[in-house]
Design a protein around this ligand. Structure first.
Ligand code: SF4
Ligand code: SF4
Length: 163
């Protein structure tokens, strides 16, 4: 007879850090955006959420699970909102010439202004999420920001989309 699947408490030791909270059922570390392969020597499965702790890809998901396959910027905008406070522009970034009204100097650097909420001024809320009004000509810093990266996950954590 097949045994029942172990509960997350039994099969994901990092779960204990949460002292409660609920995790999605039927999900595993392998499908989580926090999970990555890395470390010194032979790369092994690790978790950005737990400061690079080793995780088994077959462990049941913990409450911080972010489904890689469902990640979308449309309903998020975290990285352009208050998650990060500075978007620096390189001296040669064409955005500086294209939208000088949205750029200011801070400590000798060129950065995007922020609106009263602390958001990037290019971001607006729509009926179904968020929208960048300058997406086609967005700065290099924004182009280099990758969906599903550790910084993306951290941005989502900072605005409360994940614990
Ligand atoms: S955050 Fe993701 S990878 Fe890390 S332990 Fe939780 S489910 Fe696994
Ligand atoms: S935090 Fe990640 S998912 Fe959210 S808008 Fe930025 S890149 Fe997209």
């Amino acid at each position: 007879m097949e045994s029942a699947d172990p509960s997350p408490t039994e099969c994901n030791p990092l779960w204990e850090a949460w002292r409660g909270g609920s995790a999605p059922a039927d999900q595993h570390c392998a499908g989580c955006a926090w999970q990555y392969m890395g470390g010194r020597g032979r790369p092994v499965s690790r978790c950005h959420r737990f400061r690079g702790a080793r995780v088994d890809e077959n462990w049941a998901a913990c409450p911080a699970f972010i489904a890689t396959e469902d990640l979308s910027c449309d309903d998020c905008g975290a990285c352009c909102r208050e998650a990060f406070h500075v978007v620096e522009l390189s001296p040669r970034d064409p955005f500086r010439a294209a939208r000088p009204d949205l750029v200011e100097q801070e400590d000798g650097r060129h950065v995007l202004k922020r609106n009263a909420q602390g958001w990037c001024p290019c971001l607006s809320r729509t009926s179904c999420g968020f929208r960048c009004g300058e997406y086609e000509q967005r700065p290099r810093t924004c182009r280099d920001f990758t969906l599903g990266s550790a910084n993306c996950c951290e941005a989502r954590r900072r605005v409360g989309r994940t614990p």
